[in-house]
Write a protein that binds this ligand. Sequence first.
Ligand SMILES: Nc1ncnc2c1ncn2[C@@H]1O[C@H](COP(=O)(O)OP(=O)(O)O)[C@@H](O)[C@H]1O
Ligand SMILES: [Mg+2]
Length: 237
Amino acid sequence: MKTIILKKNCVDLVNIQNITHIYSTDTISKPVLNNVSLSILVGTSCAIVGTSGSGKSTLLNIIGLLDRPSSGHVYIAGKDMGNANADTRAITRNLLIGFVFQNFNLLPRLNALDNVALPLLYRGLSRDDAKEMAYLKLGQVGLSNRTDHLPTELSGGQRQRVAIARALVGNPTLLLADEPTGNLDSVTANEIIDLLLSLNHKQAVTLITVTHDKAIAARMQRCIHIQDGDAHEVRDA
Ligand SMILES: Nc1ncnc2c1ncn2[C@@H]1O[C@H](COP(=O)(O)OP(=O)(O)O)[C@@H](O)[C@H]1O
Ligand SMILES: [Mg+2]
């Protein structure tokens, strides 16, 4: 397995410079991000807020190397990802980045344990090793007693815990969450944010979460507001 070397003394885990993003089809050209620059220090927590359609998911997908910007630079752990080929981007994503989505994105035919083990199988681990690590991660999110349940047999909060365990099973440095509580009631939402923040505090996982919930944004160290294609640092969401 290849390893990604972090640049020595690199404190900016994410550094994007002059990002512009335009969605283009044959007939339409839709500019979404316009010259956005920001950096995120390792170990910090950050909310991304903004109205629906403002470009929050687009920005998160660019940071998470799921999408390439139309122009500008993306550095992850000091490495220029713009010049990186698809393989290097995929390896960086697999080793450094975990994703959590609003609708959980669990595979419906796999039980909780197999859902969490899957990223490790992609990494080439044996089935037994992958399952053992998945079991430990499910324990960390409080689901040791639900490992053999299918997603349909779990509540929304439990499904999101499985998704968080899956995002964390490879010990990522960066956790990206796109409206992780959008489908949850407020009590469950708070429990999920407690969990994400405890991972940020105790395991120094850098956390970037898109949210439109002001109370959640207020719990992050930083809050970045996307408006009119630009990103502004705000104190109050
Ligand atoms: N693949 C795409 N093709 C064309 N337009 C898109 C695509 N994805 C998103 N958009 C548009 O780009 C804008 C920003 O989308 P998005 O980043 O998903 O916003 P947000 O997450 O803030 O709601 C929206 O107007 C959306 O309709
Ligand atoms: Mg979105």
